[in-house]
Design a protein around this ligand. Structure first.
Ligand code: SF4
Length: 304
């Protein structure tokens, strides 16, 4: 699969050659972000594999994010490799925001099954990986420890996929053979603006909640959805339907209406609608956006 000297046997997904960002240095395939953007993209094997034991080693730079994706189908109707293949996560857990997200840490079967044990080594050290896929049984090993075991394609697998972000892609995780992929480490940030919180939850890494044109809370997607601080964020989350809501459960709308932007309330702009309004303070001063924890900031007087 890799001869230690060239990228023979590999090509950029949906292309014929390997992009210039992928190079061989000191006996390893290296992703070099300093090369022109046109030389990027995931690289995949030329061959298709079924029932295999894949062994490799990886190391990552500070803040890095990548993955080993397998059983992918190279077909123009699938515009990206992750639309068909499951991924073993490659990550700097301490330096990348995904390190704080359950099932997105190094060694996890991405968004499906977390590692049973943390065996990843620090940034800059080599990690040994083994991916063993045989007759519908999948085992992932990280540094000699079996960290994930599951069955593939059965009801248990379908349930796992249905509870993940992959449920929206019908081809995902359904193929019994496919190519192996090394994922490009993206040096790219998307700013995604939406009113649909369920889409935000699935697409974003960090979230800024805005009210009347100001950011009132900023945090990781996990903190926003599991530990919201600002009364507006909490009210927003109470007002949307959730998968695990009880049948016929009523949603709680946010009281009042959004003021006209030319007639902004004095003090905290949310105070006329806030269930935790403190008279004499919230209507007199405007709170600044202040840190309340690790990479979590809120503008509200409830948090000094
Ligand atoms: S500052 Fe006061 S009014 Fe504004 S969100 Fe916080 S508690 Fe509510």
């Amino acid at each position: 699969m890799f001869d230690g000297q060239t990228t023979k046997g590999w090509h950029t997904y949906l292309k014929d050659t390997v992009g210039s960002k992928w190079q061989v240095k000191d006996g390893a395939i290296v992703f070099d972000p300093s090369q022109p953007q046109s030389g990027g993209g995931d690289i995949v094997t030329n061959e298709v594999y079924e029932n295999y034991e894949l062994g490799l080693e990886w190391k990552i730079s500070k803040g890095g994010n990548s993955g080993i994706i397998f059983d992918i189908q190279e077909d123009p109707k699938f515009t990206a490799t992750y639309l068909t293949g499951p991924e073993m996560q490659v990550l700097d857990n301490d330096g990348h925001p995904d390190g704080k997200i359950h099932k997105h840490r190094a060694g996890d079967l991405y968004d499906l099954i977390p590692c049973s044990k943390e065996t990843v080594k620090p940034v800059g050290e080599w990690n040994e990986v083994e991916i063993v896929s045989k007759n519908g049984s999948l085992k992932l090993y990280l540094n000699g420890t079996n960290v994930v075991s599951t069955t593939l394609w059965d009801d248990n697998w379908k349930k796992l996929v249905a509870g993940s972000k992959f449920k929206q892609w019908p081809g995902f995780g359904t193929f019994k053979s496919g190519k192996i992929d090394l994922q490009e480490k993206f040096g790219l940030t998307y700013l995604f603006i939406a009113h649909d919180l369920s889409v935000v939850e699935h697409i974003s890494t960090r979230v800024a909640v805005m009210y009347l044109g100001r950011v009132v809370e900023q945090a990781s997607v996990d903190q926003i959805f599991h530990d919201p601080k600002h009364p507006y964020t909490r009210a927003l989350l109470r007002s949307i339907p959730r998968m695990r809501s009880r049948s016929r459960e009523r949603l709680t709308p946010i009281a009042g209406a959004v003021p006209h932007p030319y007639d902004r309330p004095s003090g905290c702009p949310f105070h006329p609608r806030c269930p935790e309004f403190m008279p004499g303070r919230c209507d007199k001063e405007e709170p600044a956006l202040r840190p309340v924890g690790d990479k979590h900031a809120v503008s509200c007087f409830l948090y000094p």
